[in-house]
Design a protein around this ligand. Structure first.
Ligand code: GLC
Length: 446
């Protein structure tokens, strides 16, 4: 009997991710479905990677990459004093940039918690700063209607009880002291705090499951139970997991790291696309956490085109910023945000927000979005020179065709026979970001 029991326990500990959830039977609530819709309509969010690592200014993987002893690393805590941090200012900056939600690293792989947690002293309240950063951000978000997602790492490079995966092997931990039940209870207690003490949390963004993807016996993260806990505390909270696999039961959104859905240039996104809300995350420069030498910022047109291309795939863009250790956002990031905001708050906005993937795509330089409720189709021309004319399939003769940013009608011919639309385009115009042709359908004129 004892033997059978241990075989059973062993088996239930190590089952693949997809099998783990088979019995969960997750039915999203109506509030969760509404939250999914709201999330998809948002289309643009800001990812924030901020933790102790910002002090070292080498990105959030510094501890692992350089093999820093956990106790030496933790001394940085005594120097964390981001005197220029102002949650309201950050959120206002993101609002002006056209972002509708943020995703903040509550605790990254280094293991340091950015809120007033009772589960571990390794947290922001034990720094000289001693202010609850998650709490201040939550307040600022709730005041302004900005959505709040919290990134939460499944990995911990500091805690002894986290069973070591393929990372965090040079931080001075004793593998003999691994204690999964204790670590799992710790994570769930922390998640309970986050979902109980900070009002509405729109999403939990997990990361790190891949740490055990080289294990000879599949590691059981016990995700279904953790997901159930989250949904029992806040049913509308969207759960996403950056496991680089097709979503499993209990998850409410699907993330793609550094690629628009359907592309796999970065090598982390070969997984099938689900019917859940989609989100692509990408850095503004090269690194997620603040890295002093990384000035390799993408230009504003490149970032806006990325936003357009993600929207055209029916996905959100979660664009990352690594705040400085003093609590300021890097000046170049601020400049990019201002320019993106000018574009998004102008006429282009309606071709991004509350849209779905459009019906027309011709390579990389012509993609489309479609108003979810209006049915208007937006053709986005992303080449630097405009072609003389466009010829695209369309089921019905449109009511009007216009250049959205210029607000001018465009001459068009519709062939009922072949169900195609030809649009004449102005010549000699340079396109810096996007030339948008709005096609308004007959029945639903705006
Ligand atoms: C990767 C990195 C992590 C980062 C995340 C963001 O998983 O390990 O540092 O937070 O990507 O997508």
């Amino acid at each position: 009997m004892k033997f059978l029991l241990s075989v059973f326990l062993l088996f239930s500990l190590f089952v693949p991710l997809h099998a783990q959830t088979a019995a969960a039977g997750y039915e999203p609530t109506a509030s969760n479905l509404a939250a999914r819709q709201q999330f998809s309509d948002a289309r643009f969010g800001i990812f924030l990677h901020w933790g102790l690592y910002s002090l070292f200014a080498q990105g959030e993987w510094y501890m692992q990459n350089e093999g820093i002893d956990k106790d030496e690393y933790a001394k940085a805590m005594n120097a964390f004093y981001p005197h220029a941090f102002n949650a309201r200012e950050w959120i206002e900056t993101f609002r002006q940039a056209g972002a509708k939600y943020i995703c903040f690293t509550s605790r990254h792989h280094e293991g340091f918690s950015m809120w007033n947690t009772q589960c571990s002293p390794y947290n922001i309240m034990h720094t000289p700063y001693a202010r609850d950063i998650v709490g201040e951000l939550a307040e600022a978000c709730h005041e302004t209607g900005m959505g709040l997602h919290l990134y939460y790492s499944h990995i911990d490079w500091t805690r002894e009880d986290y069973p070591m995966g393929r990372t965090g092997r040079r931080t001075g931990k004793d593998p003999q002291r691994a204690d999964w039940p204790a670590y799992y209870a710790f994570m769930n207690a922390q998640l309970t705090e986050l979902l109980t003490n900070y009002g509405k949390i729109n999403g939990i963004w997990f990361d790190g499951v891949w740490d055990h993807d080289n294990d000879s016996i599949p590691f059981d993260w016990q995700l279904p139970e953790q997901y159930r806990l989250i949904h029992s505390l806040q049913p509308a909270c969207l759960i996403g997991n950056n496991h680089h696999q097709t979503p499993v039961e209990g998850e409410d959104m699907q993330m793609f790291e550094r690629d628009v859905p359907g592309e796999n240039k970065a090598g982390l996104s070969g997984q099938a696309i689900s019917r859940l809300p989609l989100e692509t995350c990408e850095t503004m420069n090269g690194m997620w956490g603040y890295k002093i030498k990384d000035q390799n910022y993408k230009s504003t047109p490149t970032l806006l085109r990325l936003l357009v291309r993600t929207a055209a795939k029916g996905a959100n863009l979660l664009l990352n910023i690594g705040p400085q250790p003093d609590g300021q956002l890097p000046a170049t990031a601020l400049q990019r945000l201002r320019e993106m905001g000018t574009w998004l708050h102008g006429p282009a906005g309606e071709s991004i927000y509350a849209t779905v993937a459009g019906p027309i795509a011709q390579g990389d330089s012509l993609v489309s979005t479609q108003g979810r409720t209006t049915g208007a189709v937006y053709l986005h021309l992303l080449s630097s020179e405009l072609p003389a004319a466009l010829n695209v399939p369309l089921p019905e003769k449109p009511a009007s065709v216009e250049a959205l940013l210029e607000g001018k009608p465009l001459p068009f011919v519709y062939s009922k026979k072949v169900k195609r639309l030809s649009v004449q385009l102005p010549q000699g115009e340079k396109v810096e970001v996007d030339y948008i042709v709005k096609i308004t359908p007959q029945n639903r004129k705006r």
